[in-house]
Ligand binder design. Structure first.
Ligand code: IDP
Ligand code: MG
Length: 138
C-alpha cells in the first residue's frame, strides 16, 4: 500500500453479463494492476438503484436506466490499486460509447449512452458510498 492506493466500485452491467463479457472485463482491470477485493452477482432492486443513482433519479433518462439495470443479473466489484478511481474510468471509457476511446470497454462493447457495459465510481468518496450501498449486507 502506498499513498495513491485507492478503492473503487465497479458494476459489470446486465448487457455485459448477457454478452458473456464478464471474464474479458475482469481481465482488463486485473491486467492493468487492479486487485479484486470483493465480487458478487445479483439482481438489482429498485431501492438499491435509487440509492446508487441518487444524483440521477430525477433525470429524464432515469426510468430507462432503471429498467435496463433490472433487465438481468449484474456483477458488483470492489477493486484496489494505484489511482484506482481514475484508472477504472479510463479503462471504462466515456459514458456514450460513440465518444469513448475505441480501446476502452465502452468503446469496444457499449451499445448506447444507457447500455454501456460498466459503471465506475467518479471519486474516492463516491466509491466509499457505493461500496457501503452494495456490500454492507444490510
Ligand atoms: P458514468 O456512468 O459515465 O459515470 P453518469 O453521467 O454518472 O455516467 O450516468 C450514469 C449512467 O446513467 C450512465 O452510465 C448511463 O448508463 C446512464 N446515462 C447517463 N447519461 C445518460 C443520458 O443522457 N441518456 C441516457 N442514459 C444516460
Ligand atoms: Mg457516474
Amino acid at each position: 500500500m502506498n499513498n495513491s492506493t485507492e478503492k473503487t466500485f465497479v458494476i459489470i452491467k446486465p448487457d455485459a453479463v448477457e454478452k458473456n463479457l464478464v471474464g474479458i472485463i475482469l481481465s482488463e482491470y486485473e491486467s492493468k494492476g487492479l486487485h479484486l477485493l470483493n465480487l458478487k452477482m445479483l439482481n438489482a432492486t429498485r431501492e438499491i438503484l435509487r440509492q446508487h443513482y441518487a444524483e440521477h433519479v430525477e433525470k429524464i433518462f432515469y426510468p430507462d436506466l432503471e429498467k435496463f439495470m433490472m433487465s438481468g443479473p449484474l456483477v458488483a466489484l470492489v477493486l484496489e490499486g494505484d489511482h484506482a478511481v481514475e484508472k477504472v474510468r479510463d479503462i471504462n471509457g466515456a459514458t456514450n460509447p460513440e465518444n469513448a476511446n475505441p480501446q476502452s470497454i465502452r468503446g469496444r462493447y457499449g451499445a448506447t449512452t444507457t447500455i454501456n457495459c460498466v459503471h465506475g465510481s467518479d471519486s474516492i468518496t463516491s466509491g466509499e458510498r457505493e461500496i457501503e450501498i452494495w456490500f454492507s449486507n444490510k
